[in-house]
Design a protein around this ligand. Structure first.
Ligand code: PLP
Length: 359
C-alpha cells in the first residue's frame, strides 16, 4: 500500500490514524458484530457515537451552552438556503463577497430574501479581504454573512467584520477546527465537513439558541428548519451516521494532539514552510497579499500556463496529488488541512526547488 500526499481542496486528506481505526472497526464495531453503517441510528451504540462527537466538539471549540450543535445532511450548499430561510425575519441580509462560495450563498439567499453585497474583493480576483471596519450594514439587516476562509482563492479573514451589532454568520467549511474561534462572536458558525473534518455530505452548524425560530415556519420544508434538528438532537430522520462517526474520530484525534491551540501553531508552521519558499522563489509566486493569506489553501503560479501544466504533471508523478488550481483561477493550489503532515509540505517544497533549478 502506498499513500500519496493529497493536496485536494475537498474531499480531502484525513488522518491516517482515523482511517486505520475505521478500517479495523469496519466489520465489527466494538464487539457488536456489525459495522457502524449497518446499525440503527436509534441504537445505544450510535447514540453514544453521536453524543460523544458532540461533547468532544463542544470541548474542542469551547462552545457555550446557549449554542446548539446540529448535524445536518446535504453538505455546504444546503446551508446557503437554511441560513436565510431560518434567520431572515425582516427578509434582509448583507453579504461580504470574498469569492465563489460567498457569492453562491448570496445568490441562493436572493431566491428568498433581499440579500445584498456590502463589500467585495472581486476587483482584484478575490486576492485580498476587503476592509470591513465600517461597512454600510443596513439598519434592518437580519445578519451579516461571511465565508471566513476562501477555499478557492486562498484568503482568510484575520479579523472579523464590524457588523454594527448585527448577527454574524460564517461559513468555515475550509478552516473548520484549524484554529481556536471565539464562538460567542458569531450567531451561526457552519461548515461542510469534507474539507477538514470528515466525509462529504454532512454539515455541522453551531447555532445560537435564540436564533432558532421557536415556532414551526409553515412555508419552510421541515428538513430545512434548524428547529427540526435542534428539537430532535439531529435525529429527526436518519442522519449521515457514518460521516458523524468519522468526524467523532477526528475530534478525538485533534484532542490527542493538544486541541485547537496546538493545531493552530502546527498549521502556522506548516503553511509557513510553503509561503516562505513562495516569497523567496524566482519562479513560483503566491497569489494572495501577505496579510490575508489562508493557512489551509495556498494558491500559487509560475506566471506561465504551460509551465504550470508541466509542473502539475511532474508533481503527480512524484506522488503530489491534486495540485491543480480551481478551474476558475488556474495555476496551482496546495490545500494543507489539519491532516496533511508537515513532511508533505517539506517534500513539496523540495520538489519545487528542484523543478525551479531545472527550468
Ligand atoms: C466546499 C465548500 C462549500 C460547498 O460544500 P458542499 O458540501 O459541496 O455543498 C461551501 N463553502 C466553502 C467555503 C467550501 O469550501
Amino acid at each position: 500500500m502506498s499513500r500519496v500526499y493529497n493536496f485536494s481542496a475537498g474531499p480531502a486528506v484525513l488522518p491516517e490514524e482515523v482511517l486505520k481505526e475505521a478500517a479495523a472497526e469496519m466489520l465489527d464495531y466494538r464487539g457488536c458484530g456489525m459495522s457502524v453503517m449497518e446499525m440503527s441510528h436509534r441504537s445505544k451504540m450510535f447514540t453514544d457515537i453521536l453524543e460523544t462527537a458532540e461533547a468532544d466538539l463542544r470541548e474542542l471549540m469551547n462552545i457555550p451552552d446557549n449554542y446548539k450543535v446540529l448535524f445536518i445532511q446535504g453538505g455546504g450548499n444546503i446551508q446557503f438556503s437554511m441560513v436565510p430561510l431560518n434567520l431572515a425575519k425582516n427578509g434582509v441580509a448583507d453579504y461580504i463577497i470574498t469569492g465563489n462560495w460567498a457569492n453562491k450563498a448570496m445568490k441562493e439567499a436572493q431566491r428568498f430574501i433581499d440579500a445584498k453585497a456590502i463589500a467585495s474583493s472581486k476587483d482584484k480576483t478575490f486576492t485580498y479581504i476587503p476592509d470591513c471596519s465600517d461597512l454600510p450594514v443596513r439598519e434592518n439587516a437580519d445578519y451579516v454573512y461571511i465565508c471566513q476562509n476562501n477555499t478557492i482563492y486562498g484568503t482568510a479573514f484575520k479579523e472579523l467584520p464590524n457588523t454594527k451589532g448585527k448577527t454574524l454568520v460564517a461559513d468555515v467549511s475550509s478552516m473548520f477546527l484549524s484554529q481556536p474561534m471565539d464562538v460567542e462572536k458569531y450567531g451561526i458558525i457552519w461548515g461542510g465537513v469534507q474539507k477538514n473534518v470528515g466525509p462529504a455530505g454532512l454539515a455541522i452548524a453551531i447555532v445560537r439558541e435564540d436564533l432558532i425560530p421557536a415556532e414551526d415556519l409553515p412555508k419552510v420544508p421541515v428538513m430545512l428548519q434548524y428547529k427540526t434538528y435542534a428539537d430532535n438532537n439531529s435525529l429527526y430522520n436518519t442522519p449521515n451516521c457514518y460521516a458523524i462517526y468519522i468526524c467523532g474520530k477526528v475530534f478525538k484525534w485533534l484532542k490527542n494532539r493538544g486541541g485547537l491551540e496546538a493545531t493552530y501553531e502546527f498549521n502556522k508552521k506548516k503553511a509557513g514552510v510553503l509561503y516562505d519558499f513562495l516569497d523567496s522563489s524566482e519562479m513560483f509566486k503566491a497569489t494572495v497579499v501577505k496579510e490575508d493569506r489562508s493557512l489551509m489553501n495556498i494558491p500559487f503560479v509560475t506566471g506561465s500556463a504551460d509551465l504550470d501544466a508541466e509542473f502539475i504533471v511532474a508533481a503527480k508523478k512524484e506522488g503530489f496529488e491534486n495540485l491543480k488550481g480551481h478551474r476558475t483561477v488556474g495555476g496551482m493550489r496546495a490545500s494543507v488541512y489539519n491532516a496533511m503532515p508537515i513532511e508533505g509540505v517539506e517534500e513539496l517544497v523540495k520538489f519545487m526547488k528542484d523543478f525551479e533549478a531545472k527550468h
